[in-house]
Write a protein that binds this ligand. Structure first.
Ligand code: 3HC
Ligand code: NAI
Length: 695
């Protein structure tokens, strides 16, 4: 075995040279990997005792792509293209032997090889689109030559990997192998040599491209089919253009076009934001005083208290992950209703072909409904999702304290109540934590885990681990009203209400946010969630929201009653502006002595989003969030903040905190409203010329 570089070894097995990449954790194509591959391939080609080459990886995966940390830095030799050219033009066959995930530049390395074999569990994909990029090392030119234009487009625009059986079916790999991977690669290379198979260079294939040449409708149809899902993103269109180039241009010119389109993306604000977000998401898993080796409790059984809107969805998450879950309700009727909705949800998924009837039964079989609280006795985690009332929550926790295993985690799904007070109803506050799911709980990826004053490290580590296990993106936050997400959302809501009285209309306000990239604006969101919920809470507290109250008094509770801030046609969720609401708004404004004026889209955007950033600054200063990027993760996964804008804190940094602070002061001067007082942290950072993320 010869070490070519710190991360690439060259070994000889008979007449086959084996190049092993070892660059933990994911064998990214860092400079020393590229150099090692280049020099190793050169050596093997020059060695007359070598007849074929195998490229294989050590550790948990094949090369998972370019080293993202190198993006934005000055390029260092050798470039990936040089390495790939060398591999593809090798006079000796090169075989890639793949396990784990061959992603991005990793898959592109394999596409430059003459043959590819993989283990059954391997995955193959070009996920660059998720970083706002396109496959920049020949992927857009080679993949369609192998799998065809439509499959290639689908893989590159979704970024989702495919499994080995599918890869085999589409000709992306030549064989599925078992046993020691390097040995299997060598075995395959021996076969290639023995059968005198030709050097299969993907660049020379044309059949699958010729099939769509002169058929622009293939691209037009594809663009139409993905229009909704790619709205606002820049990379998908460049990927499509690069594949068009693959079809219409010779290979080398196609590569040049790919390069231009890649460089354009690399310097785009969208990719910058998406690359930032890739690391932000991984950073959120790290808790400074709860290191990753903190023992987390293994969750073999779960329980959920309450089978309402949230309880049912939370239970589904466990069943989906194969964890048995007991659901406890007060009465049989509520239980049957709740579990009935769970079944209907699964059946709807099955009817769309995303689950088999068998899967539905298997998952339902993992959910046990009961009205007997004692059934939670053997649960490792119990998540309470009963009515949002402190006395009820405390009663439930006191009960759980008496019944649950001594080391069980006791979690609450409260959205507004004090987790510390709930914990005080038990004799084990160290085992209590908030697990704030978002509605619909079986769909939304965000999980705000709320750390109480007394939550133990094990409890925190368990809540984070279980969140990941059930497919969520857990972010740890502290106790305060609304936690991070809803506390910031509230600020936005206050301004939305003011804006419509001052002169904007609900559809204008919503459009500014949908144009920004949110899936919907505050008014359509209110209609979706149901306006009656807030109305009831306001009545209980003696609070008022004049426009919303008048709308509710008319029985307009949103989509469920066919009308709210907007009206809806039967069976259609499209919000339609309604003159009746416009009249209410004008009446309320008149009654309040407000002279309505034209409000610009720019003002709407600033007034909706700057207060959120300001609240984010307070949240950071109060240490409710561990870091600014956690706030961004919360907003992207919980509220549909467009990922190509990074998140509110990243976005604020791009605007510049000084400009943002000054605009707040301007609004304050114009309105005399203390609401616009910039948070001390915002002021400090603005004065120092810093951003939240660099802070
Ligand atoms: N570059 C640098 N670091 C990377 C990386 C990459 N491509 N991929 C992962 N990492 C780091 C992560 O930041 C993380 O670091 P940390 O432990 O310090 O937080 C560590 O590797 C482990 O990553 P995960 O926590 O994500 O590990 P998982 O096992 O859950 O997932 C994975 C592994 C599926 C490979 C996942 O990391 C992944 O999807 N990586 C990105 C793959 C990708 O986007 N590749 C394309 C890159 S762009 C490209 O290749 C351009 C080319 O076309 C020219
Ligand atoms: P819900 O009213 O739909 O369901 C509550 C259920 O709990 C009812 O089925 C009720 O019968 C049951 N229940 C009441 N007391 C009980 C008891 N002592 N033992 C067992 N079951 C009992 O309410 P929803 O919307 O599911 O909310 C539950 C919790 O989740 C609340 O704390 C709420 O604030 C929180 N939450 C709600 C969100 C939402 O969008 N609905 C979002 C995030 C959190």
């Amino acid at each position: 075995m010869t070490a070519i570089t710190q991360s690439v070894d060259l070994d000889r097995r008979g007449r086959v040279a084996v190049l092993t990449v070892n660059n933990p954790p994911v064998n990214a194509l860092s400079q020393h990997v590229r150099q090692g591959l280049r020099d190793g391939v050169k050596q093997a080609i020059a060695d007359s005792a070598v007849s074929a080459l195998v490229i294989v990886c050590a550790g948990r995966t094949f090369i998972a792509g370019a080293d993202i940390t190198e993006f934005g830095k000055p390029p260092r030799e050798p470039g990936l293209h040089e390495v790939l050219d060398l591999i593809e033009s090798s006079p000796k066959p090169v075989v890639a032997a793949i396990h784990g995930t061959a992603l991005g530049g990793g898959l592109e390395v394999t596409l430059a090889c003459h043959y590819r074999v993989g283990v059954k569990d391997a995955r193959f994909g070009l996920p660059e689109v998720k970083l706002g990029l396109l496959p920049g090392a020949g992927g857009t030119q080679r993949l369609p030559r192998v799998v065809g234009v439509e499959k290639g487009l689908a893989m590159m625009v979704s970024g989702d990997p495919i499994r080995a059986d599918e890869a085999l079916q589409h000709g992306l790999i030549d064989a599925i192998v078992e046993g020691d991977l390097a040995a299997a690669g060598v075995g395959f290379a021996e076969k290639v040599l023995a059968e005198k198979r030709p050097l299969k260079k993907i660049r020379d294939l044309d059949e699958k491209l010729a099939a769509v040449r002169g058929k622009p409708e293939v691209f037009a149809n594809f663009r139409k089919s993905v229009a909704r899902q790619i709205r606002g993103f820049r990379a998908p269109e460049n990927i499509i253009k690069a594949v068009e180039a693959a079809v219409s241009l010779p290979f080398d010119q196609g590569l040049k076009r790919e390069r231009e389109l890649f460089v354009e993306l690399l310097s785009s604000s969208e990719s910058k934001a998406q690359r930032y977000f890739f690391f932000a998401e991984r950073e959120a898993a790290k808790i400074p005083d709860v290191p990753s080796d903190t023992p987390a409790k293994e969750i073999k059984k779960a329980a959920v208290i309450g089978a309402g809107t949230m309880g049912g969805g939370i239970a589904m998450n466990f069943a989906n992950a194969g964890i048995p879950v007991t659901v406890v309700e007060v009465a049989r009727e509520a239980l049957d209703r709740g579990l009935g909705i769970v079944r209907k949800n699964y059946e709807a998924t099955a009817s769309r072909g995303r689950l088999t009837a068998q899967d539905v039964e298997k998952r339902m079989g993992l959910i046990t409904g009961t009205t007997d609280f004692n059934a939670v006795r053997d649960a490792d985690i119990i998540i309470e999702a009963v009515f949002e009332e402190m006395p009820i929550k405390k009663e439930v926790f006191a009960k759980l304290d008496a019944i649950a295993k001594p080391d069980a985690v006791l979690a609450t799904n409260t959205s507004t109540l004090d987790v510390n007070e709930i914990a005080s109803a038990t004799k084990r506050p160290e085992s209590v934590i908030g697990t704030h799911f978002f509605s619909p709980a079986n769909v939304m990826r965000l999980l705000e885990n709320v750390r109480g004053n007394r939550s133990s490290k094990t409890t925190v580590a368990t809540a984070m681990a279980v969140g990941r296990k059930i497919g969520k993106v857990p972010v740890l936050v502290g106790v305060c009203y609304g936690f991070v997400g809803n506390r910031m959302l509230h600020q936005r809501g206050l301004q939305a209400e003011k804006l419509i009285l001052e002169g904007a209309l609900p559809h204008q306000v919503d459009k500014v946010l949908t144009d920004f990239g949110f899936p919907m604006g505050p008014f359509a969101m209110g209609d979706l969630a149901g306006l009656d919920v807030g109305w009831r809470i306001r009545k209980g507290r003696g609070a008022k929201s004049p426009v919303a109250d008048r709308i509710c008094e008319l029985g307009r509770f949103g989509q469920k009653t066919g009308a709210g801030y907007f009206r809806y046609e039967k069976g259609d969720r499209t919000p339609i502006p309604d003159p009746e609401v416009e009249k209410i708004i004008v009446d309320v404004a008149t009654a309040q002595g407000i002279t309505r004026r034209h409000v610009s889209d720019e003002e709407i955007l600033q007034r909706l989003l700057y207060p959120m950033v300001n609240e984010g600054a307070k949240i950071l200063e109060e240490k409710i969030a561990i870091r600014a990027s956690d706030i961004d993760v919360i907003w992207v996964y919980g509220y549909g903040w467009p990922v190509y804008r990074g998140g509110p804190m990243f976005w604020a940094d791009q605007i510049g905190l000084k400009a943002l602070r000054d605009k707040m002061l301007e609004f304050q001067k114009a309105t005399g409203d203390a609401f616009w007082t910039p948070a001390p942290l915002l002021v400090r950072l603005a004065d120092q010329g810093k951003g939240f993320l660099a802070a």
